[in-house]
Design a protein around this ligand. Structure first.
Ligand code: PHE
Length: 338
């Protein structure tokens, strides 16, 4: 019996050594150690032996099983190494790796995120509206009459449907007030479109950030304080800001805000960054009509609104002298912000 075991073990070791791949090795394992394997059968035969022979036989069986199992494991490692070598055949592992390009946020995204962060801390919530707008939301509801120059085909991109690419984010003021009840305190960053001549400070697609605060007893001082605080939080306490009286159809009084731009290799100069003012009561009256209620009663609520040019803010933040750099996608320029 013992001899028989020796023969099985020898056969097994030979079969293992001859297994050319993992599949063959697995077949060998099943042939000897599987449910119907030769060694398994030899183990089952033990019950027919006289009792005194059983211990010695059992021991020999264990030795044989251990030897076969170990040989299979060792062969598996060996076959795996051969496989691994094959899979990198022809690949030069000493070549230097390809350069890893690290991405970064665009300066416009950076300035928008900063602006939103500061204004949210001041209690403004994010609002949104469509870029393809109706004339009503872009102009009529904002007290802008038919003959206003902004409504001219020369200034605005119209679709055949009569809709247009919004010329400012102020339409979001209307979209918000159509649904909300005061107090309303929102900001809305987004694109605006004008048929502007493109130059160092103008693009035909640009980015604005609208703001609106409507409640009981909002005053001009609130507008001035809010925006001065905002610009100083964004650009530093030394920032030079000036409010110039201006005209917008939907605010009264209205102002434009200029900030000193210190661009590289240029004399410092004022550039216009925002329009703002106290919401014109005519805007509230028109809302009363479209909503059919009096929650924006101009006798009860007042408010201020502002709209700033995010592209211009980016120029001031980093001393960029030409707005076109923001859309050129020149990586030499963009890398500086990553
Ligand atoms: N919508 C104006 C513009 O695009 C800016 C503005 C917004 C002015 C809100 C007053 C109030 O120039």
């Amino acid at each position: 019996m013992k001899q028989q075991l020796d023969t099985i073990q020898a056969d097994a070791l030979a079969a293992i050594a001859a297994s050319a791949d993992q599949k063959a090795l697995d077949d060998t394992r099943v042939a000897f150690l599987g449910k119907k394997g030769t060694l398994t059968a030899a183990a089952a035969a033990m019950k027919d032996l006289p009792n005194e022979e059983k211990p010695a036989y059992g021991q020999a069986l264990n030795v044989a099983r251990k030897a076969v199992t170990e040989a299979i494991d060792a062969k598996l490692v060996e076959l795996q190494e051969v496989e691994d070598k094959k899979s990198v055949d022809g690949i030069d592992l000493t070549l230097p790796p390809r350069e890893l390009l690290e991405g970064g946020l665009h300066p416009l995204t950076l300035i928008k995120d900063r602006a939103v962060q500061i204004l949210r801390r001041m209690g403004f919530a994010l609002a949104d509206g469509p870029e393809i707008e109706t004339e009503y939301h872009c102009f009529d509801a904002l007290n802008t009459p038919d003959d206003h120059p902004a409504r001219n085909e020369k200034d605005t991109f119209y679709f055949d449907s009569g809709k247009l690419l919004r010329t400012h984010t102020s339409s979001v003021q209307i979209r918000t007030m159509e649904k909300a009840t005061p107090p309303v305190r929102i900001i809305a960053p987004g694109s605006a479109y004008r048929r502007d001549e493109i130059d160092a400070t103008h693009l035909s697609v640009f980015n604005q950030l609208e703001g609106l605060f409507v409640a009981e007893d909002v005053k001009l001082g609130d507008l001035k304080g809010t925006l001065e605080y905002f610009f100083r939080a964004l650009f530093g306490t030394e920032t030079e800001i000036r409010f110039r009286p201006h005209f917008f159809p939907f605010t009264e009084p209205s102002f434009e805000i200029d900030i000193k731009l210190h661009a590289k290799g240029q004399e410092p100069k004022w550039i216009e960054v925002a329009g703002c003012g106290m919401v014109d009561p005519a805007v509230f009256s028109s809302l009363a009509e479209s909503r059919g209620d009096e929650v924006f009663d101009p006798e009860k609520v007042t408010g201020f609104a502002f709209g700033m040019g995010l592209d211009r803010l980016a120029m001031i933040q980093w001393g960029i002298k030409d707005i076109r750099l923001l859309i050129d996608n020149d990586t030499r320029f963009l890398k500086q912000f990553a």
